[in-house]
Design a protein around this ligand. Structure first.
Ligand code: DON
Length: 319
């Protein structure tokens, strides 16, 4: 009798092994805590930089945690992947390609040069310019309609009701003239698709959504399970769109360090300046790590180290 074992099942990690890998990653990187909190958003500079939380959710909904996994922090740029997912579901993936672009910029997340040097003024949905343009594409013409659809979408991924960190939202609103300038520049090139004030405000609020490392792993597990929520069994988005979200995460999830990340770790991922990073092993699991101190590109240092370690131990490199 021939028994066919698919490669995915053949290398599926065991329960005990996953917890051990998380525990070991925590132990290995807890002592040294290099880098510094984001400080261009004043509220982020004040977050306790000692936090270190690791969470992993498998494609079939098993949850593993270690460290500060119930501590809330702002989702920041990790929100961009979920907003992209909603825009794809509403408008189709071709619209994102045509109206935002999907190529890596190789430049900082808030780069104006990236817009200027590309003849199509294209960026991608995971840097500030493209993320704001993506928000401007979402259904709804007023703040209430748009925000309730977007926050409801995030809640569906998290499988609970998330809130906004008001101090972060206010701090960022008071200091977001650079993002406003980017949005206005996009307007000048017909690459922004709605009112600047309205969409800049929605974007700022989406970045201020409070999540825990556990929430992020649950949210990202939808991508690990092809668009079906592992905790509810409900389809949230099409598998075609999941594949495209993961593609953009691979090329642009860690900004100008995305190439290095793909080379070293080999998992689609997304970082935020709040100190979170999510990574997805398609068909297997999603992992999220929170540690506030960042490197020069704006990516959490310990979160990168921990995910690198976990991906290697669980043989998760997709390449
Ligand atoms: O718009 C901003 O600059 C922040 N709300 C989000 C940036 C961010 O998280 C970039 N991350 N590494």
């Amino acid at each position: 009798v021939l028994v066919f074992v698919s490669p995915l099942h053949a290398k599926a990690p065991q329960t005990a092994q996953i917890q051990t890998v998380l525990d070991d990653a925590y132990g290995k990187f807890i002592q040294k805590n290099p880098g510094k909190n984001a400080d261009y958003i004043p509220a982020l500079a004040k977050v306790d930089s000692a936090y270190f939380g690791l969470a992993l959710v498998t494609h079939d909904g098993k949850v593993y945690t270690k460290g500060d996994v119930d501590q809330s922090f702002s989702i920041q740029s990790i929100s961009k992947v979920f907003t992209l997912a909603l825009a794809m579901e509403e408008k189709g993936s071709q619209t994102i390609l045509d109206k935002v672009g999907v190529n890596a910029t190789g430049l900082a997340f808030n780069s104006v040069t990236a817009i200027e040097q590309n003849p199509a003024r294209s960026v991608n949905p995971l840097v500030n310019a493209g993320a704001m343009a993506t928000v401007s594409l979402l259904d709804g013409n007023d703040d209430k309609t748009k925000w309730s659809a977007l926050s409801g979408w995030y809640n569906t991924f998290a499988n609970r009701k998330l809130s906004v960190l008001e101090d972060v939202y206010k701090s960022e609103t008071d200091t977001n003239s650079h993002n406003r300038a980017i949005a206005e520049l996009l307007v000048s090139y017909d690459r922004f698709y709605g009112d600047v004030d309205l969409n800049l405000d929605i974007y700022t609020r989406q970045c201020s959504v409070a999540v825990t490392a556990k929430d992020l792993a649950v949210m990202a597990s939808v991508f690990a399970n092809n668009g079906v929520h592992p905790l509810t069994g409900k389809r949230i988005m099409s598998s075609d769109n999941v594949a495209r979200v993961l593609a953009v995460m691979t090329t642009a999830g860690l900004y100008e360090d995305s190439g290095q990340w793909a080379y070293q770790v080999g998992l689609p991922a997304k970082s935020g300046v709040g100190g979170g990073i999510i990574a997805v092993s398609p068909g297997q699991f999603a992992v999220a790590v929170f540690s506030p101190r960042l490197d020069a590109a704006g990516n959490s240092i310990r979160a990168q180290q921990a995910i690198d370690y976990i991906a290697e131990k669980l043989h998760a490199n997709i390449f």
